[in-house]
Design a protein around this ligand. Structure first.
Ligand code: G3I
Length: 470
């Protein structure tokens, strides 16, 4: 393995040696181990070169050791999955799902309704024909989401539907969906995706959302749409901020924080879905240690925001190594990722680790409750990174849930059942509340501010989740 960073090389060798070394590994954790303890997902794409078996072996070794969420760079897009009308090709997507299953990695699906990378037959056959286009999009979503039901945890249901103008509105040109159907294609896409897999998280995903919530911005337009969708019971659960930025964009982490807070008010998760922090292409070969440190500082600020905001769940980087990145190919930018062209971790990698270590698991709230991922280094299938709190104890007792809950202030809301038994524990496992939740909510007014674990049971279904009372 050439020029491997000592920490990564060490972790990889240990990972390959097996379970008896897990206590040693705990001294030098991987990103995914720290993410898992915090109930969060950190990951990167599988590049198209991986799907074509045209990539260095270091790529996969690092990918599965360091990350616990994955996205296909191009292989789940419309033109890849339905190249001819109603003829679906799931071969590459299936390859990724098998890889993810084998390595206990969460899968994001990208993307269902997008104006770009739509198969040519859609426009050629149906441009401007509303009823036909609705039928095409419905069939596509039903077949793709249906095929991956229970295997893809989250979908970018609609991608990049907002225009690039200062006064943001829907993208009204060069979009076969908007031009033929109108804005209702978005609402319909969410409804069809939810019907095909009611358990999947469903996101609206876009770029330039990191530019702040000023009037007329994309971010504030999206927040207004999310408000409308929630009011109309459109089943959106998350927003994705792609976050393709440059080294000079120093205000963007705090803008993402503001967006997370605005979406939290609406009960919606914010995920960072395509982060890269590029240098201008002309600077290649002249970059200094200070430049890489600056890049690391920005990565760290994003990770700080991610870990500190309770409604952020996934942190996905658009590539692993600078050797394979759309930045060089299409953007006039370069070197935006965590690993250099020789697969050596950059200061950006170290800065992410520092941020993770400085945010202890007990302080990080997970929007998903506990992350149900078993680390791949433990072949017995038991959890090798015990965080030592009640969540783990309840999880081992097999208490997996089928309904959902969230907390707002001191009120616990449940969905999927009207009535449930509720137990609340502190993080040492001591019961602090026991009662019944009727009519969809229960007041936890006697519980002081802090982190707790809630267990809810209804019939044979149960759900445990870490919550924050504020
Ligand atoms: O499939 C053809 C192949 O047959 C041909 O030989 C080859 C020659 O260039 O091109 C291949 O298609 C390319 C495709 O990637 C697969 O490699 C396209 O030309 C190329 O345009 C396409 O680029 C992708 C781009 O999306 C297209 O919009 C990038 O790899 C991919 O990283 C990028 O990802 C997007 C996200 O989906 C949405 N957000 C922005 C992000 C970056 O643009």
């Amino acid at each position: 393995m050439r020029n491997m960073h000592p920490v990564t090389g060490f972790a990889l060798s240990i990972a390959l040696l097996g379970t008896s070394f897990t206590s040693v590994l705990a001294a030098e954790p991987t990103i995914r181990e720290l993410a898992k303890e915090r109930g969060r997902y950190i990951g990167t794409i599988l590049n198209s070169e991986w799907f074509n078996d045209d990539i260095e072996p270091e790529f996969e070794e690092i990918h599965k050791t360091q990350f616990n969420v994955v996205v296909a760079e191009n292989e789940m897009k419309f033109d890849a999955t339905e190249p001819s009308e109603n003829e679906f090709n799931f071969a590459k997507g299936d390859k990724m799902v098998e890889y993810a299953k084998a390595n206990k990695i969460r899968v994001r699906g990208h993307a269902l309704a997008w104006h770009s990378q739509v198969a040519g037959w859609v426009s050629s056959n149906y441009a401007g024909q509303k009823e036909k286009l609705l039928a095409v999009l419905k069939n596509h979503i039903e077949k793709v989401v249906g095929h991956y039901k229970g295997q893809v945890a989250e979908w970018d249901v609609v991608n990049e539907a907002v225009n690039d103008e200062y006064n943001a509105g829907w993208r009204s040109t060069n979009s076969v969906w908007y031009e033929g159907i109108g804005a209702e294609f978005l609402d319909s896409a969410f409804v069809w995706a939810h019907a095909a897999d009611p358990d999947a998280e469903l996101c609206y995903n876009d770029y330039s959302l990191e530019w702040g919530l000023r009037e007329g911005s994309k971010a504030s337009f999206v927040v207004e749409q999310v408000k409308r969708w929630k009011q109309n019971n459109i089943p959106i659960t998350c927003v994705g901020t792609q976050t393709h930025i440059e080294i000079a964009h120093e205000t963007t982490p705090q803008n993402v924080r503001a967006l997370a807070k605005a979406l939290n008010e609406l009960g919606v998760v914010l995920n960072i879905t395509e982060l890269d922090i590029g240098f201008p292409k002309g600077s290649a070969g002249q970059l200094t240690a200070a430049d890489y440190a600056k890049q690391g500082h920005l990565y760290r600020q994003f990770m700080d925001v991610f870990l500190e905001e309770p409604n952020m769940g996934e942190f996905v980087i658009w590539g692993l190594t600078d050797a394979h990145s759309w930045l060089d190919e299409q953007q006039g930018k370069t070197e935006g990722l965590l690993y250099d062209k020789q697969y050596k971790p950059k200061p950006a990698y170290d800065s992410i680790m520092v941020s993770l270590k400085e945010h202890p698991a007990a302080d990080v709230v997970s929007p998903y409750g506990d992350v149900e991922i078993v680390d791949p280094i433990d072949s017995t299938g038991t959890d090798s990174t015990d965080v030592g709190d009640t969540t783990q104890v309840l999880k081992r007792a097999g208490l997996a849930g089928s309904f959902s809950m969230h907390v707002s202030g001191h009120t616990l809301f449940i969905a999927g059942t009207q009535s449930a038994k509720v137990d609340v524990f502190d993080l040492q496992g001591r019961p602090v509340f026991r009662g019944k939740c009727e009519k969809g909510s229960v007041e936890l007014s006697d519980i002081s501010e802090g982190l707790y674990v809630v267990r809810m049971r209804s019939g044979s279904a149960s759900l445990t989740k870490r919550i924050a009372i504020k």
